[in-house]
Design a protein around this ligand. Structure first.
Ligand code: CAA
Length: 248
C-alpha cells in the first residue's frame, strides 16, 4: 500500500490501537478517532505509536454525532487529501438480560455501535466514489453471529453491522470500493476483561484454540481486507475467533 489515508474510529481502544498499528506497518497514514475524554489512554496510545511518528495521529470524535463525523471526514480530506480507508471499530457493551435492560442501555448501544457506522460511512462514501477507490471494514462480533446471554442489544447491533456491510458492498462494488466485516471473538481487551471472571473462564474453555485472541490477531485481518490488492473480497464476514464459532 502506498500512502493510503485511513481513519479508525475507536482508534485508541484495545482493538482500535492494534488496527492502527497494523495499518501503519502496511504503510498507511492513520487517523485514530476517539472520544476526547480518554486522556489517560491517549497518553499510552501516543507512546505505543511513537515508532510511526506523524504517520499515526489522533482526532477527537464522538461517532454518535453525525455532524462531527462529517466534519472529521471533511477536515481529513482538506488536510491529507482524501480518506481511502475507513475502519469502524467504535463500540460499547451495556450487558443485561432483557428483563433487566433499561431503555437507555438499548439506546446508548445502538447510537454508538450501529448509528456510528452509518454516520461515518455516509460521510466518507462520497469522496471514495469520486476517487474510485475505498476500503471500509466494520467490526462486528462473534456474538452478532451466535447471540449471547445478556446481550440482546449488542448481538442485535452486531448482526446489523454485517447487514449494513452486505448492502453497502453491493451498492459500491462496481466503483472500486470494498466493504467487509471482521467478527472478532473474545480478545484481550478491557471490554472482555470486564466480563465477570467466572463467566469469562467458561467462555475461554469453549475456544478451540484455547486462549483469548490478541488484538493484533484482529489488526492483521483488518489490514489484509484494507490492502490495495484485496480487491475481490467484498460483502464478506471474516471471523477471527479461535474457532469459537464455525459455520459455512
Ligand atoms: N447462560 C445461561 N444462563 C445464564 C447465563 C448464561 N450465560 N448467565 C446467567 N444465567 C442465568 C443465571 O444462572 C440465573 O438463573 P436463575 O434465575 O435460574 O438463578 C439467571 O440467568 C440470572 O439472570 P439475570 O438476568 O439476573 O442475570 P445477571 O444479572 O446475574 O447477569 C449478565 C447477566 C450481567 C449479562 C451476565 O450474565 C454477564 O455478564 N454475562 C456475560 C455477557 C458477555 O459475555 N458479554 C460479552 C462482553 S465482551 C464482548 O461483547 C466483546 C465481544 O464482541 C466478544
Amino acid at each position: 500500500m502506498s500512502e493510503r489515508i485511513a481513519i479508525v474510529t475507536g482508534g485508541i481502544g484495545g482493538l482500535g490501537s492494534a488496527i492502527c498499528r497494523q495499518l501503519a506497518r502496511q504503510g498507511a497514514r492513520v487517523v485514530a478517532a476517539d472520544l476526547a475524554n480518554r486522556s489517560e489512554r491517549l497518553g499510552v496510545f501516543r507512546q505505543e505509536m511513537a515508532e510511526f511518528g506523524e504517520r499515526v495521529s489522533f482526532s477527537a470524535l464522538d461517532v454518535t454525532d453525525f455532524d462531527s463525523c462529517k466534519r472529521l471526514i471533511a477536515a481529513t480530506e482538506a488536510s491529507l487529501g482524501r480518506v481511502d480507508i475507513l475502519i469502524n471499530v467504535a463500540g460499547i457493551t451495556r450487558d443485561a438480560s432483557l428483563r433487566k435492560m433499561e431503555k437507555s442501555q438499548w439506546d446508548q448501544l445502538m447510537a454508538v455501535n450501529l448509528d456510528g457506522i452509518f454516520h461515518m460511512s455516509r460521510a466518507a462514501i462520497e469522496g471514495m466514489l469520486a476517487r474510485g477507490f475505498g476500503r471500509i471494514v466494520n467490526i462486528s462480533s462473534v456474538n452478532g453471529q451466535t447471540g449471547q446471554f445478556g446481550q440482546t442489544n449488542y448481538s442485535a447491533a452486531k448482526a446489523g453491522v454485517h447487514g449494513f456491510t452486505m448492502a453497502l458492498a453491493r451498492e459500491v462494488a462496481a466503483k472500486g470500493i470494498t466493504v467487509n466485516t471482521v467478527s472478532p471473538g473474545y480478545c484481550q481487551t478491557e471490554m472482555v476483561m470486564a466480563v465477570p471472571e467466572v463467566i469469562r473462564e467458561k467462555i475461554i474453555a469453549q475456544i478451540p484454540v484455547g486462549r483469548l485472541g490478541a488484538p493484533d490477531d484482529i489488526g492483521r485481518a483488518v489490514a489484509f481486507l484494507a490492502a490495495d490488492d484485496t480487491s475481490y473480497i467484498t460483502g464478506a464476514n471474516l471471523p477471527v475467533n479461535g474457532g469459537y464459532f464455525m459455520s459455512f
